[in-house]
Design a protein around this ligand. Structure first.
Ligand code: HPA
Ligand code: ZN
Length: 361
């Protein structure tokens, strides 16, 4: 009981990075209503509770249908600023020090909202987070794979004037029936323009889509990737090259990729030596932010301190930061681990932590 309590505290306090979060999926129902009111728009839900009740999904598509409904309230630059800022404040309270955020411009530009307005609102919040909260970040533009390659190419052209603010491009939305190879020309052009690449693959789709993301889209990370277990040769490659998987446990259960967390393969994948990271995906819809994801898998899979530490370390190493910045995060992590181990030592010897701290200062 006591161990569980300290492990929970450890999870809450350990400095973390998040690498898989759709900013539009962080729109909490309360803010959805507030923004819809100020924009004079109606929602297909009558109350916050009704939105929460609607958060029972059969699969990825049934989630996306509701996600697209909620997103329709976002119209002004201030709206994009506000959702991003709300997410950043939440993760600040969870000791996240670096985040890499997806945004889905086509959902907005297809409604007539200018690309510039979307990206500027998000960027301003990210800049403020660096200054006021000490959170560093990267922004990743996602193409919707259910739309055409022409639409993706047009979106890439819209992004070019904002290259300084956008580090990478990704691929999201309905996976099955939309194989990554379809988007190879867009990803090739994006790489020529200096963008890094990632893609959702192996969430609902097969291991074959992960191969395509690696070989045709040249991605640096796989988003989700949990279906890699179907293919031993793929596992071997992912381990050998330490290609990160941005796993989202609560999302996978909500969308029925796994029946429950006890059946989730995150611990198995970590044990195989894969570079597994833990992330929230769409926290407003899937029941929690990054800390809730860690807490839930710890409990369901009986993860120990070292496994939590390893996944946090993986996420720092998998960021799109430069080597010096990465080292800064890794140093912070090691300092935290040292202090945490000292706390245990002190507790076991019955000395108060304050006394130990005083003698170290
Ligand atoms: N999966 C795929 N596409 C998405 C998701 C997701 O969880 N959220 C927003 N777009
Ligand atoms: Zn996702």
């Amino acid at each position: 009981m006591k161990t569980t309590h300290t492990l929970k505290t450890f999870i809450r306090n350990i400095p973390k990075a998040e690498l898989h979060i759709h900013i539009e999926g962080s729109l909490e129902p309360e803010l959805m209503f507030e923004i819809s009111r100020r924009n004079g728009l109606s929602l297909p839900f009558s109350s916050v509770e009704e939105v929460r009740r609607a958060c029972k999904f059969k699969n990825l598509q049934s989630f996306l249908d509701i996600y697209y409904e909620g997103v329709r309230v976002l119209c002004q630059k201030q709206d994009f600023y506000d959702i991003t800022w709300a997410y950043l404040k939440r993760i600040h309270a969870q000791n996240v020090c670096h985040t890499e955020i997806f945004f889905d411009p086509q959902i907005h530009t297809d409604r007539g909202i200018p690309f510039e307005l979307v990206v500027t609102g998000i960027h301003q919040a990210l800049q403020n987070a660096q200054q006021q909260l000490g959170i560093s970040s990267k922004l990743i533009l996602c193409f919707q794979r259910c739309l055409s390659i022409e639409s993706a190419m047009k979106t890439l052209r819209q992004a070019l004037p904002f290259k300084e603010w956008i580090t990478g491009v990704g691929l999201d939305s309905s996976e099955v029936g939309h194989p990554p190879h379809k988007f190879a020309p867009v990803f090739e052009k994006a790489m020529e323009e200096g963008f890094l690449t990632v893609a959702h693959a192996g969430e609902e789709g097969p291991a074959e889509y992960i191969w395509q993301a690696l070989e045709k889209l040249k991605v640096s990370r796989i988003d989700h990737g949990v279906h890699c277990v179907e293919d031993a040769r793929l596992i071997k490659k992912l381990v050998a090259e330490q290609i990160p998987l941005t796993v989202c446990p609560l999302s996978n259960v909500k969308l029925h990729v796994f029946n429950n967390l006890a059946e989730h393969n995150v611990k198995h994948l970590l044990g195989l030596g894969l570079c597994v990271t833990v992330n929230s995906d769409d926290p407003a819809y899937f029941g929690g932010y990054i800390t809730e994801n860690f807490l839930a898998i710890q409990e369901a899979l009986n993860l120990d301190r070292h496994e939590i530490y390893q996944m946090v370390k993986n996420s720092f190493q998998a960021t799109f930061l430069n080597d010096k910045e990465k080292q800064g995060l890794l140093d912070r992590l090691e300092k935290f681990m040292f202090q945490d181990s000292q706390k245990d030592l002190v507790k076991n010897k019955g000395i108060s932590y304050d006394m130990r701290k005083a003698s170290h200062c």
